[in-house]
Ligand binder design. Sequence first.
Ligand SMILES: [Zn+2]
Length: 336
Amino acid sequence: MAGFTPIVGNESTRARLWRAAADGRLHHCYLFEGPEGVGKAVTALRFACALNCETVPVDGSLREPCGTCATCRQFAAGTHPDLVRVVPDPGRATRVITAEQARGIIAGLSLQRHSARRRVVIVDPADAFTEEAANALLKTLEEPPEGTQFILVTARPAALLTTVRSRSQRVRFGPVPRAELATWLVARGLGAELADASLGSPGAALRLAEGEAAERAARLDSLLASVGKPLHTVFSFTEAAGKKGDDADAGAAQVIDALEVVLRDVACVAAGRSERVRADHPALGLWAQALWPGGVARLSAAVAEARERLRLNVNGRTVLDALLASVNLELSQVRR
Ligand SMILES: [Zn+2]
């Protein structure tokens, strides 16, 4: 079984935390502060695992949690009974952690620990505490029950009561350096250029990538909806594709990529494999019937040729029209 994937960025910050744990000099309440999406919450959960992992000795060890023992898995999944995650009350319109929730935490902490070496309370975001909630918790934050670790997470430390801040040890997280984030993204099969767009926030980069994935899926859907229809429908699709963005040839290249994905999916459908990109699309079955196997081979060659023509600066619209017309021809031959 695979262990945890490494966290990107803020390495020295994490090293200091792990060192403190190894040396037995943990502060009982850490305040993880820094911009959104730079790994504060991920680190809090990973730290909870590190404090409790069955394979990490109690003292003197700087090892990462294994990610595979039952304790690691339960903490990482948020299901361990000694992990208390406090989030804003979902029943409220505004994002607040109420005094009632605070009293609930205190009552919970008065019970015996279940099995973990350290019970970990993660409050995220800690700036959601109402003043009353924060005041109710002050004594507990100052002197939590033995074996209890508080981690408060916030992107807006100034919004916390001074009394809460003063009872915590501040741990500052910063943006992830561009090169480091780019390497991390590429290792996940994502574009390095997201590192710039996300301003050093891996969380923001992942959200941007999701947006791009949604865009790709939409492009695929409109391709499947247009091709195989009368040629004027196909040509208004290629016209629209050419207009997207300021670079018509880039638009054409994206449609060619989408067609390649469809052909790969068709091959998967024909082979009965499930790892398709748009497994649920109703048109795929029809395409598979019409194109497998000869049509897929011919169209794959046509895709390669279209890419070559684009490279040779043939007009993107012209390339697309020709390519999709040949897809239409392949699809129509079966219907006869
Ligand atoms: Zn473990």
